[in-house]
Design a protein. Sequence first.
Length: 59
Amino acid sequence: MNIVRTDEQIDRVEKWAIRDLPDDRSRYERPHHDYEQGVIDTLEWLRGADNFAPDGVED
């Protein structure tokens, strides 16, 4: 897989992902998406196929 995101972008999303949540949800779940779709969306972002980062920032 060719990753096009910078280390800074990946670090930002990684820090966002490991913060505590008040419930059992996954941070990668967008509204109306399940966990698996969140993983797919994250991989697309890493490859540059989607500019909407998992943390909600448009890169």
